[in-house]
Design a protein around this ligand. Sequence first.
Ligand code: OAA
Ligand code: MG
Length: 564
Amino acid sequence: MSSSTPKPSLYTAYSGSALLETPLLNKGNAFIAEERQAFNLTGLLPPRYETIEEQVERAYMQYKSFDEAINKHIYLRAIQDNNETLFYRLLQQHLEEMIPIIYTPTVGDACEQFSDIYRSARGLFVSYQDRHQLDDVLRNATKRKVKVIVVTDGERVLGLGDQGIGGMGISIGKLSLYTACGGISPAYTLPVMLDVGTNNQELLNDPMYMGLRHKRIEGEEYDEFVDLFLQAVKRRWPEAIIQFEDFAQPNAMPLLNRYREKYCCFNDDIQGTAAVSVGTLLAACRSKDVKLSAQKIAFVGAGSAGCGIAEQVISQMVAEGISESQARKQVFMIDRFGLLTDTTPGLRDFQQVLVQRSDDIANWSFSGEFPNLLDVMHCAKPGILIGVSGQAGLFTEQVIRAMKKGCDTPIVFPLSNPSKQVEATPEQVIEWTDGDVIIATGSPFAPVTYNNKQYPIAQCNNSYIFPGIGLGVLAVKARLISDEMLRAASKTLAGASPLANTGKGGLLPPFTELAELSKTIAFNVAKVAQQQGLALDVDDEVLKQRIEANFWRPEYRQYKRISA
Ligand SMILES: O=C([O-])CC(=O)C(=O)O
Ligand SMILES: [Mg+2]
Protein backbone atom coordinates (compact mmCIF):
# COMPACT_ATOMS: atom_id res chain seq x y z
CA MET A 1 0.00 0.00 0.00
CA SER A 2 1.49 3.37 -0.93
CA SER A 3 1.48 6.14 1.65
CA SER A 4 -1.27 8.01 -0.19
CA THR A 5 -3.86 5.22 -0.04
CA PRO A 6 -6.23 5.79 2.90
CA LYS A 7 -6.34 2.91 5.32
CA PRO A 8 -9.52 0.82 5.31
CA SER A 9 -12.04 1.33 8.09
CA LEU A 10 -11.60 -0.56 11.29
CA TYR A 11 -14.52 -2.40 12.86
CA THR A 12 -14.66 -2.43 16.62
CA ALA A 13 -17.07 -3.30 19.38
CA TYR A 14 -15.36 -1.03 21.90
CA SER A 15 -17.19 2.18 22.78
CA GLY A 16 -17.40 4.94 25.39
CA SER A 17 -14.62 5.16 27.95
CA ALA A 18 -13.41 1.63 27.11
CA LEU A 19 -12.54 2.89 23.62
CA LEU A 20 -10.69 5.91 25.01
CA GLU A 21 -8.80 3.65 27.40
CA THR A 22 -7.55 1.33 24.67
CA PRO A 23 -4.25 2.86 23.53
CA LEU A 24 -4.19 0.98 20.21
CA LEU A 25 -7.60 2.46 19.32
CA ASN A 26 -7.78 5.75 21.19
CA LYS A 27 -7.73 8.85 18.99
CA GLY A 28 -8.58 11.42 21.67
CA ASN A 29 -9.96 14.57 20.16
CA ALA A 30 -9.40 13.26 16.67
CA PHE A 31 -12.66 11.27 16.86
CA ILE A 32 -14.93 12.97 14.32
CA ALA A 33 -18.53 13.94 15.09
CA GLU A 34 -20.04 10.81 13.50
CA GLU A 35 -17.74 8.57 15.48
CA ARG A 36 -18.50 10.41 18.71
CA GLN A 37 -22.19 9.69 18.08
CA ALA A 38 -21.76 6.11 16.98
CA PHE A 39 -19.37 5.16 19.80
CA ASN A 40 -21.08 6.98 22.72
CA LEU A 41 -18.20 9.42 23.10
CA THR A 42 -20.24 12.63 23.14
CA GLY A 43 -19.44 14.51 26.30
CA LEU A 44 -16.40 12.38 27.10
CA LEU A 45 -14.01 14.63 25.15
CA PRO A 46 -13.50 18.38 24.84
CA PRO A 47 -15.79 19.44 21.99
CA ARG A 48 -13.27 20.64 19.44
CA TYR A 49 -12.11 18.16 16.80
CA GLU A 50 -8.33 18.06 16.33
CA THR A 51 -6.15 16.59 13.64
CA ILE A 52 -3.23 14.35 14.55
CA GLU A 53 -0.90 17.19 13.53
CA GLU A 54 -2.51 19.45 16.12
CA GLN A 55 -2.26 16.74 18.73
CA VAL A 56 1.42 16.26 17.92
CA GLU A 57 2.01 19.96 18.33
CA ARG A 58 0.48 20.00 21.81
CA ALA A 59 2.32 16.85 22.84
CA TYR A 60 5.63 18.26 21.62
CA MET A 61 5.03 21.49 23.53
CA GLN A 62 4.44 19.50 26.69
CA TYR A 63 7.46 17.29 25.98
CA LYS A 64 9.63 20.38 25.69
CA SER A 65 8.49 21.59 29.10
CA PHE A 66 10.54 18.82 30.75
CA ASP A 67 14.24 19.45 31.24
CA GLU A 68 15.43 16.07 32.39
CA ALA A 69 15.68 13.17 29.96
CA ILE A 70 14.06 10.75 32.42
CA ASN A 71 11.02 13.03 32.75
CA LYS A 72 10.76 13.23 28.98
CA HIS A 73 10.89 9.44 28.93
CA ILE A 74 8.11 9.18 31.51
CA TYR A 75 6.03 11.64 29.53
CA LEU A 76 6.47 9.77 26.24
CA ARG A 77 5.67 6.45 27.90
CA ALA A 78 2.46 7.99 29.24
CA ILE A 79 1.44 9.01 25.73
CA GLN A 80 2.28 5.53 24.49
CA ASP A 81 0.01 4.04 27.14
CA ASN A 82 -2.78 6.46 26.23
CA ASN A 83 -2.66 6.73 22.44
CA GLU A 84 -0.15 4.65 20.49
CA THR A 85 -0.85 6.22 17.13
CA LEU A 86 -0.10 9.66 18.50
CA PHE A 87 3.03 8.36 20.25
CA TYR A 88 4.45 6.98 17.00
CA ARG A 89 3.47 10.04 14.99
CA LEU A 90 5.23 12.28 17.52
CA LEU A 91 8.25 10.00 17.41
CA GLN A 92 8.31 9.93 13.62
CA GLN A 93 8.42 13.71 13.52
CA HIS A 94 11.18 14.06 16.11
CA LEU A 95 13.01 10.79 15.63
CA GLU A 96 16.61 11.90 16.15
CA GLU A 97 15.64 13.91 19.22
CA MET A 98 13.48 11.23 20.81
CA ILE A 99 15.29 7.95 20.09
CA PRO A 100 17.82 8.69 22.86
CA ILE A 101 14.85 9.29 25.19
CA ILE A 102 12.86 6.13 24.52
CA TYR A 103 15.99 4.05 23.91
CA THR A 104 19.64 4.16 24.94
CA PRO A 105 20.86 6.03 26.97
CA THR A 106 17.69 7.15 28.82
CA VAL A 107 16.07 3.71 28.73
CA GLY A 108 18.94 2.63 31.00
CA ASP A 109 17.80 5.08 33.68
CA ALA A 110 14.22 3.96 33.13
CA CYS A 111 15.25 0.35 33.80
CA GLU A 112 17.23 1.31 36.90
CA GLN A 113 14.31 3.34 38.24
CA PHE A 114 11.55 1.10 36.88
CA SER A 115 9.62 0.63 40.11
CA ASP A 116 10.06 4.26 41.21
CA ILE A 117 8.71 5.75 37.98
CA TYR A 118 6.11 3.05 37.34
CA ARG A 119 2.79 4.46 36.06
CA SER A 120 0.87 1.80 34.21
CA ALA A 121 1.28 -1.74 32.95
CA ARG A 122 2.54 -2.63 29.51
CA GLY A 123 3.47 -6.05 28.16
CA LEU A 124 3.53 -9.30 30.05
CA PHE A 125 5.16 -10.01 33.38
CA VAL A 126 5.75 -13.73 33.30
CA SER A 127 6.83 -14.60 36.78
CA TYR A 128 8.31 -17.78 38.11
CA GLN A 129 5.49 -18.22 40.60
CA ASP A 130 3.02 -18.46 37.70
CA ARG A 131 4.96 -21.18 35.90
CA HIS A 132 2.14 -23.71 36.15
CA GLN A 133 -0.34 -21.46 34.39
CA LEU A 134 1.62 -19.94 31.55
CA ASP A 135 -1.11 -20.67 28.98
CA ASP A 136 -3.48 -18.58 31.11
CA VAL A 137 -0.90 -15.80 31.44
CA LEU A 138 -0.43 -15.63 27.67
CA ARG A 139 -4.20 -15.70 27.15
CA ASN A 140 -4.44 -12.67 29.41
CA ALA A 141 -2.39 -10.61 26.96
CA THR A 142 -4.83 -8.19 25.42
CA LYS A 143 -3.29 -8.75 22.01
CA ARG A 144 -4.76 -11.61 20.07
CA LYS A 145 -2.15 -11.73 17.37
CA VAL A 146 1.49 -11.29 18.35
CA LYS A 147 4.24 -11.30 15.74
CA VAL A 148 7.29 -9.98 17.60
CA ILE A 149 8.20 -10.67 21.23
CA VAL A 150 11.19 -9.11 22.97
CA VAL A 151 11.89 -11.09 26.12
CA THR A 152 14.41 -10.42 28.87
CA ASP A 153 15.06 -11.74 32.33
CA GLY A 154 16.69 -8.45 33.28
CA GLU A 155 19.96 -10.02 34.43
CA ARG A 156 22.31 -7.93 32.26
CA VAL A 157 20.50 -4.81 31.16
CA LEU A 158 22.76 -2.83 28.78
CA GLY A 159 26.00 -2.38 30.74
CA LEU A 160 24.02 -1.88 33.97
CA GLY A 161 23.93 -5.41 35.32
CA ASP A 162 21.01 -7.04 37.10
CA GLN A 163 17.95 -4.77 37.07
CA GLY A 164 15.41 -7.47 37.93
CA ILE A 165 11.93 -6.50 36.81
CA GLY A 166 13.32 -3.20 35.53
CA GLY A 167 14.41 -5.15 32.46
CA MET A 168 10.88 -4.62 31.19
CA GLY A 169 12.01 -1.13 30.19
CA ILE A 170 14.43 -2.51 27.60
CA SER A 171 11.84 -4.88 26.10
CA ILE A 172 9.45 -1.95 25.72
CA GLY A 173 12.14 0.33 24.24
CA LYS A 174 13.30 -2.21 21.65
CA LEU A 175 9.74 -2.82 20.49
CA SER A 176 9.09 0.90 20.15
CA LEU A 177 11.96 0.89 17.64
CA TYR A 178 10.53 -2.16 15.86
CA THR A 179 7.49 -0.02 15.18
CA ALA A 180 9.12 3.37 14.62
CA CYS A 181 11.95 2.07 12.41
CA GLY A 182 10.75 -1.33 11.19
CA GLY A 183 7.08 -0.59 10.63
CA ILE A 184 5.84 -3.49 12.77
CA SER A 185 2.35 -2.53 13.92
CA PRO A 186 2.19 -1.97 17.68
CA ALA A 187 -0.87 -4.23 17.63
CA TYR A 188 1.51 -7.15 16.99
CA THR A 189 4.33 -6.51 19.44
CA LEU A 190 4.67 -7.84 22.97
CA PRO A 191 7.33 -6.93 25.52
CA VAL A 192 7.92 -9.72 28.04
CA MET A 193 9.73 -9.73 31.36
CA LEU A 194 10.58 -13.15 32.76
CA ASP A 195 10.72 -12.49 36.48
CA VAL A 196 12.86 -15.13 38.16
CA GLY A 197 13.93 -12.83 41.01
CA THR A 198 17.02 -10.66 41.22
CA ASN A 199 20.47 -10.87 42.74
CA ASN A 200 20.64 -7.09 42.98
CA GLN A 201 20.63 -6.56 46.75
CA GLU A 202 19.76 -2.91 46.46
CA LEU A 203 16.56 -3.82 44.62
CA LEU A 204 15.76 -6.59 47.09
CA ASN A 205 16.08 -4.05 49.91
CA ASP A 206 14.05 -1.38 48.12
CA PRO A 207 10.49 -1.18 49.50
CA MET A 208 9.30 0.15 46.13
CA TYR A 209 10.66 -2.80 44.12
CA MET A 210 7.81 -4.43 42.21
CA GLY A 211 9.37 -7.75 41.20
CA LEU A 212 9.66 -11.07 43.02
CA ARG A 213 11.65 -10.53 46.16
CA HIS A 214 14.03 -13.42 46.11
CA LYS A 215 17.35 -14.37 44.60
CA ARG A 216 17.31 -15.51 41.00
CA ILE A 217 16.09 -18.99 40.26
CA GLU A 218 19.02 -20.77 38.60
CA GLY A 219 20.15 -23.98 36.97
CA GLU A 220 17.62 -26.61 35.98
CA GLU A 221 14.66 -24.74 37.43
CA TYR A 222 15.55 -21.67 35.41
CA ASP A 223 16.04 -23.63 32.19
CA GLU A 224 12.76 -25.44 32.72
CA PHE A 225 10.93 -22.17 33.28
CA VAL A 226 12.30 -20.57 30.12
CA ASP A 227 11.41 -23.74 28.24
CA LEU A 228 7.84 -23.72 29.58
CA PHE A 229 7.51 -20.11 28.52
CA LEU A 230 8.76 -20.76 24.99
CA GLN A 231 6.47 -23.77 24.61
CA ALA A 232 3.52 -21.68 25.73
CA VAL A 233 4.45 -18.98 23.19
CA LYS A 234 4.65 -21.61 20.47
CA ARG A 235 1.15 -22.84 21.32
CA ARG A 236 -0.36 -19.37 21.46
CA TRP A 237 1.48 -17.59 18.62
CA PRO A 238 3.27 -20.26 16.57
CA GLU A 239 4.76 -17.80 14.09
CA ALA A 240 6.00 -15.12 16.46
CA ILE A 241 9.63 -13.96 16.29
CA ILE A 242 11.29 -14.17 19.71
CA GLN A 243 14.12 -11.75 20.42
CA PHE A 244 16.22 -12.63 23.47
CA GLU A 245 17.44 -9.43 25.07
CA ASP A 246 19.89 -8.68 27.85
CA PHE A 247 20.27 -12.15 29.32
CA ALA A 248 23.46 -12.60 31.33
CA GLN A 249 26.41 -14.35 29.78
CA PRO A 250 25.98 -17.79 31.38
CA ASN A 251 22.47 -18.08 29.91
CA ALA A 252 22.61 -16.04 26.69
CA MET A 253 24.61 -18.35 24.46
CA PRO A 254 23.23 -21.68 25.77
CA LEU A 255 19.64 -20.43 25.29
CA LEU A 256 20.43 -19.30 21.77
CA ASN A 257 22.10 -22.60 20.88
CA ARG A 258 19.25 -24.58 22.38
CA TYR A 259 16.50 -22.78 20.52
CA ARG A 260 17.82 -21.22 17.33
CA GLU A 261 16.90 -24.20 15.15
CA LYS A 262 13.66 -24.87 16.98
CA TYR A 263 12.01 -21.46 17.09
CA CYS A 264 12.18 -18.33 15.00
CA CYS A 265 14.42 -16.55 17.49
CA PHE A 266 17.67 -14.67 17.84
CA ASN A 267 19.73 -13.04 20.56
CA ASP A 268 20.02 -9.34 19.93
CA ASP A 269 23.11 -8.83 22.09
CA ILE A 270 25.04 -11.63 20.43
CA GLN A 271 23.74 -11.67 16.87
CA GLY A 272 22.25 -8.17 16.50
CA THR A 273 25.34 -6.52 17.95
CA ALA A 274 27.57 -8.73 15.80
CA ALA A 275 25.62 -7.89 12.65
CA VAL A 276 25.70 -4.14 13.24
CA SER A 277 29.36 -4.22 14.24
CA VAL A 278 30.46 -6.19 11.19
CA GLY A 279 28.38 -3.91 8.96
CA THR A 280 29.95 -0.82 10.50
CA LEU A 281 33.44 -2.34 10.35
CA LEU A 282 33.00 -3.15 6.68
CA ALA A 283 31.94 0.44 6.07
CA ALA A 284 34.95 1.72 8.03
CA CYS A 285 37.37 -0.53 6.14
CA ARG A 286 35.83 0.41 2.80
CA SER A 287 36.20 4.11 3.61
CA LYS A 288 39.90 3.48 4.36
CA ASP A 289 40.19 1.31 1.26
CA VAL A 290 41.47 -1.69 3.18
CA LYS A 291 40.11 -5.21 3.64
CA LEU A 292 38.71 -6.41 6.95
CA SER A 293 40.61 -9.67 6.41
CA ALA A 294 43.89 -7.72 6.41
CA GLN A 295 43.21 -6.22 9.85
CA LYS A 296 44.19 -7.21 13.35
CA ILE A 297 41.39 -6.56 15.77
CA ALA A 298 41.30 -6.32 19.55
CA PHE A 299 38.18 -6.77 21.68
CA VAL A 300 37.89 -5.54 25.22
CA GLY A 301 35.18 -7.68 26.78
CA ALA A 302 35.15 -11.39 25.98
CA GLY A 303 31.56 -12.12 26.95
CA SER A 304 28.86 -13.38 24.65
CA ALA A 305 28.54 -10.02 22.85
CA GLY A 306 32.30 -9.67 22.19
CA CYS A 307 32.71 -13.30 21.18
CA GLY A 308 29.59 -13.05 19.01
CA ILE A 309 31.08 -10.12 17.10
CA ALA A 310 34.46 -11.86 16.87
CA GLU A 311 32.91 -14.97 15.29
CA GLN A 312 31.04 -12.88 12.71
CA VAL A 313 34.23 -10.95 11.94
CA ILE A 314 36.05 -14.24 11.42
CA SER A 315 33.32 -15.52 9.06
CA GLN A 316 33.58 -12.30 7.11
CA MET A 317 37.38 -12.57 6.90
CA VAL A 318 37.05 -16.13 5.64
CA ALA A 319 34.47 -14.99 3.08
CA GLU A 320 37.09 -12.49 1.90
CA GLY A 321 39.49 -15.34 1.22
CA ILE A 322 41.79 -16.02 4.18
CA SER A 323 41.84 -19.29 6.11
CA GLU A 324 39.91 -19.65 9.33
CA SER A 325 43.03 -20.36 11.35
CA GLN A 326 44.68 -17.24 9.96
CA ALA A 327 41.56 -15.18 10.76
CA ARG A 328 41.57 -16.46 14.34
CA LYS A 329 45.22 -15.41 14.74
CA GLN A 330 44.19 -11.84 13.89
CA VAL A 331 41.59 -11.60 16.66
CA PHE A 332 42.68 -10.69 20.20
CA MET A 333 40.13 -11.11 23.00
CA ILE A 334 40.89 -9.28 26.23
CA ASP A 335 38.92 -9.58 29.45
CA ARG A 336 39.61 -8.44 32.97
CA PHE A 337 42.50 -10.90 33.36
CA GLY A 338 44.09 -9.87 30.08
CA LEU A 339 44.47 -11.52 26.69
CA LEU A 340 42.70 -14.87 26.35
CA THR A 341 45.35 -17.48 25.57
CA ASP A 342 45.44 -21.25 25.51
CA THR A 343 46.69 -21.17 29.10
CA THR A 344 43.88 -18.99 30.48
CA PRO A 345 41.93 -21.06 33.03
CA GLY A 346 38.14 -21.38 33.31
CA LEU A 347 37.12 -20.32 29.81
CA ARG A 348 33.69 -21.06 28.38
CA ASP A 349 33.34 -23.09 25.18
CA PHE A 350 32.73 -20.05 23.02
CA GLN A 351 35.84 -18.36 24.43
CA GLN A 352 38.14 -21.36 24.02
CA VAL A 353 37.95 -21.10 20.23
CA LEU A 354 39.04 -17.45 20.38
CA VAL A 355 42.30 -17.75 22.31
CA GLN A 356 45.76 -16.83 21.08
CA ARG A 357 48.23 -19.72 21.06
CA SER A 358 51.17 -19.32 23.42
CA ASP A 359 53.55 -20.09 20.52
CA ASP A 360 52.17 -17.17 18.54
CA ILE A 361 52.86 -14.68 21.32
CA ALA A 362 56.13 -16.24 22.48
CA ASN A 363 58.19 -13.21 21.46
CA TRP A 364 55.87 -10.64 23.11
CA SER A 365 57.24 -8.76 26.09
CA PHE A 366 54.85 -8.22 28.98
CA SER A 367 55.16 -8.29 32.74
CA GLY A 368 51.89 -9.76 34.07
CA GLU A 369 50.70 -13.34 33.88
CA PHE A 370 48.79 -12.50 30.67
CA PRO A 371 49.32 -9.54 28.31
CA ASN A 372 47.02 -6.65 29.18
CA LEU A 373 45.31 -4.25 26.78
CA LEU A 374 48.31 -1.97 26.54
CA ASP A 375 50.64 -4.93 25.90
CA VAL A 376 48.35 -6.03 23.06
CA MET A 377 48.52 -2.54 21.56
CA HIS A 378 52.32 -2.58 21.70
CA CYS A 379 52.87 -6.15 20.54
CA ALA A 380 50.02 -6.93 18.13
CA LYS A 381 49.53 -3.40 16.77
CA PRO A 382 45.84 -3.87 15.91
CA GLY A 383 44.14 -1.45 13.53
CA ILE A 384 40.72 -2.02 15.10
CA LEU A 385 39.72 -1.76 18.76
CA ILE A 386 36.25 -2.71 19.96
CA GLY A 387 34.87 -2.17 23.47
CA VAL A 388 32.02 -4.34 24.71
CA SER A 389 33.12 -4.46 28.33
CA GLY A 390 30.35 -2.49 30.02
CA GLN A 391 33.18 -0.70 31.87
CA ALA A 392 33.62 3.03 31.58
CA GLY A 393 37.08 4.40 30.83
CA LEU A 394 38.97 1.26 29.80
CA PHE A 395 40.30 2.94 26.65
CA THR A 396 42.81 5.17 28.37
CA GLU A 397 44.90 7.87 26.73
CA GLN A 398 47.92 5.59 26.95
CA VAL A 399 46.08 2.76 25.19
CA ILE A 400 44.72 4.93 22.38
CA ARG A 401 48.04 6.70 21.84
CA ALA A 402 49.85 3.35 21.72
CA MET A 403 47.33 2.09 19.19
CA LYS A 404 47.76 5.16 17.01
CA LYS A 405 51.51 4.60 16.95
CA GLY A 406 51.06 1.09 15.58
CA CYS A 407 48.68 1.73 12.68
CA ASP A 408 47.26 4.27 10.21
CA THR A 409 43.90 5.84 11.07
CA PRO A 410 42.77 3.51 13.86
CA ILE A 411 39.19 2.25 13.89
CA VAL A 412 37.89 2.60 17.44
CA PHE A 413 34.43 1.45 18.54
CA PRO A 414 33.67 1.95 22.25
CA LEU A 415 30.30 0.19 22.09
CA SER A 416 29.21 -0.24 25.71
CA ASN A 417 25.80 1.14 26.66
CA PRO A 418 24.40 3.36 27.96
CA SER A 419 26.64 6.39 27.43
CA LYS A 420 27.93 6.43 31.00
CA GLN A 421 29.47 2.97 30.52
CA VAL A 422 31.42 3.96 27.39
CA GLU A 423 35.08 2.81 27.25
CA ALA A 424 36.15 6.31 26.12
CA THR A 425 34.15 9.28 24.88
CA PRO A 426 34.43 10.20 21.20
CA GLU A 427 35.92 13.52 22.23
CA GLN A 428 38.74 11.77 24.07
CA VAL A 429 39.44 9.31 21.27
CA ILE A 430 39.55 12.09 18.69
CA GLU A 431 41.90 14.16 20.81
CA TRP A 432 44.24 11.25 21.60
CA THR A 433 44.50 10.32 17.92
CA ASP A 434 44.97 13.94 16.83
CA GLY A 435 41.72 13.62 14.88
CA ASP A 436 42.98 10.77 12.71
CA VAL A 437 40.45 8.05 13.63
CA ILE A 438 37.25 6.35 12.53
CA ILE A 439 34.92 6.07 15.45
CA ALA A 440 31.53 4.60 16.28
CA THR A 441 29.79 4.23 19.64
CA GLY A 442 26.88 2.11 20.87
CA SER A 443 24.91 4.95 22.41
CA PRO A 444 24.36 8.34 20.77
CA PHE A 445 26.99 11.07 21.08
CA ALA A 446 26.87 14.61 19.72
CA PRO A 447 29.26 15.48 16.88
CA VAL A 448 32.72 16.54 18.05
CA THR A 449 34.56 19.59 16.78
CA TYR A 450 38.35 19.26 16.82
CA ASN A 451 40.79 21.61 15.10
CA ASN A 452 37.87 23.30 13.32
CA LYS A 453 36.75 20.02 11.84
CA GLN A 454 33.41 18.39 12.67
CA TYR A 455 33.26 14.67 13.37
CA PRO A 456 29.81 13.07 13.23
CA ILE A 457 29.69 10.08 15.61
CA ALA A 458 28.12 6.97 14.12
CA GLN A 459 25.93 5.00 16.47
CA CYS A 460 26.83 1.38 15.92
CA ASN A 461 23.72 0.06 17.64
CA ASN A 462 21.71 -3.08 16.95
CA SER A 463 18.74 -0.84 16.21
CA TYR A 464 20.12 -0.60 12.67
CA ILE A 465 19.58 -4.32 12.31
CA PHE A 466 16.70 -5.83 14.29
CA PRO A 467 13.76 -3.82 12.86
CA GLY A 468 14.70 -4.82 9.32
CA ILE A 469 15.26 -8.46 10.29
CA GLY A 470 11.82 -8.55 11.88
CA LEU A 471 10.18 -6.97 8.87
CA GLY A 472 11.90 -9.39 6.48
CA VAL A 473 11.15 -12.49 8.54
CA LEU A 474 7.46 -11.57 8.78
CA ALA A 475 7.19 -10.76 5.08
CA VAL A 476 8.16 -14.31 4.09
CA LYS A 477 7.21 -16.15 7.31
CA ALA A 478 10.77 -17.38 7.77
CA ARG A 479 10.99 -20.43 10.03
CA LEU A 480 14.20 -19.37 11.71
CA ILE A 481 16.94 -16.76 11.62
CA SER A 482 20.19 -18.02 10.13
CA ASP A 483 23.71 -16.57 10.24
CA GLU A 484 23.47 -15.98 6.51
CA MET A 485 20.35 -13.85 7.03
CA LEU A 486 22.21 -11.79 9.63
CA ARG A 487 25.14 -11.42 7.28
CA ALA A 488 22.79 -10.08 4.61
CA ALA A 489 21.69 -7.42 7.09
CA SER A 490 25.34 -6.44 7.83
CA LYS A 491 26.15 -6.17 4.16
CA THR A 492 23.12 -4.03 3.47
CA LEU A 493 24.07 -1.69 6.30
CA ALA A 494 27.65 -1.41 5.07
CA GLY A 495 26.36 -0.61 1.61
CA ALA A 496 24.37 2.32 3.00
CA SER A 497 27.36 4.08 4.61
CA PRO A 498 27.57 7.69 3.41
CA LEU A 499 31.28 7.90 4.28
CA ALA A 500 32.20 4.71 2.43
CA ASN A 501 30.04 5.61 -0.56
CA THR A 502 30.97 9.25 -0.98
CA GLY A 503 34.00 9.93 1.20
CA LYS A 504 31.91 12.41 3.18
CA GLY A 505 29.34 12.41 5.97
CA GLY A 506 28.68 9.87 8.68
CA LEU A 507 29.98 6.33 8.80
CA LEU A 508 26.36 5.16 9.14
CA PRO A 509 23.22 6.73 7.71
CA PRO A 510 21.17 8.94 10.08
CA PHE A 511 18.31 7.39 12.07
CA THR A 512 15.87 9.37 9.95
CA GLU A 513 16.73 6.98 7.12
CA LEU A 514 16.22 3.90 9.23
CA ALA A 515 12.70 3.14 8.03
CA GLU A 516 13.82 2.99 4.40
CA LEU A 517 17.00 1.13 5.30
CA SER A 518 14.95 -1.40 7.29
CA LYS A 519 12.89 -2.15 4.18
CA THR A 520 16.07 -2.82 2.19
CA ILE A 521 17.45 -5.00 4.97
CA ALA A 522 14.10 -6.80 5.12
CA PHE A 523 14.21 -7.50 1.40
CA ASN A 524 17.77 -8.84 1.43
CA VAL A 525 17.21 -10.89 4.58
CA ALA A 526 14.03 -12.38 3.14
CA LYS A 527 15.81 -13.27 -0.11
CA VAL A 528 18.47 -15.21 1.76
CA ALA A 529 15.80 -16.97 3.83
CA GLN A 530 14.11 -18.01 0.57
CA GLN A 531 17.37 -19.22 -0.96
CA GLN A 532 17.97 -21.32 2.13
CA GLY A 533 14.53 -22.87 1.88
CA LEU A 534 13.49 -21.34 5.18
CA ALA A 535 10.66 -19.17 3.91
CA LEU A 536 7.75 -18.65 1.51
CA ASP A 537 8.92 -18.54 -2.05
CA VAL A 538 7.37 -15.39 -3.52
CA ASP A 539 8.87 -13.41 -6.38
CA ASP A 540 10.67 -10.11 -5.84
CA GLU A 541 7.73 -7.88 -6.72
CA VAL A 542 5.42 -9.71 -4.36
CA LEU A 543 8.10 -9.61 -1.68
CA LYS A 544 8.38 -5.84 -2.01
CA GLN A 545 4.62 -5.52 -1.78
CA ARG A 546 4.51 -7.69 1.30
CA ILE A 547 7.16 -5.57 2.98
CA GLU A 548 5.21 -2.39 2.18
CA ALA A 549 1.96 -3.99 3.27
CA ASN A 550 3.48 -5.02 6.61
CA PHE A 551 4.84 -1.52 7.18
CA TRP A 552 2.53 0.18 9.65
CA ARG A 553 2.19 3.96 9.58
CA PRO A 554 0.95 6.12 12.46
CA GLU A 555 -2.27 7.36 10.92
CA TYR A 556 -5.78 7.23 12.33
CA ARG A 557 -8.31 5.00 10.66
CA GLN A 558 -12.05 5.53 10.51
CA TYR A 559 -13.98 3.32 12.87
CA LYS A 560 -17.25 1.49 12.28
CA ARG A 561 -19.14 -0.01 15.15
CA ILE A 562 -20.06 -3.64 15.42
CA SER A 563 -21.95 -5.25 18.27
CA ALA A 564 -19.96 -6.90 21.00
O1 OAA B 1 20.14 -1.68 23.77
C1 OAA B 1 21.15 -1.20 23.21
O2 OAA B 1 21.32 -0.01 23.04
C2 OAA B 1 22.16 -2.16 22.67
C3 OAA B 1 22.09 -3.43 23.38
O3 OAA B 1 21.35 -4.33 23.04
C4 OAA B 1 22.82 -3.55 24.66
O4 OAA B 1 23.69 -2.75 24.95
O5 OAA B 1 22.48 -4.49 25.39
MG1 MG C 1 20.79 -5.55 24.68
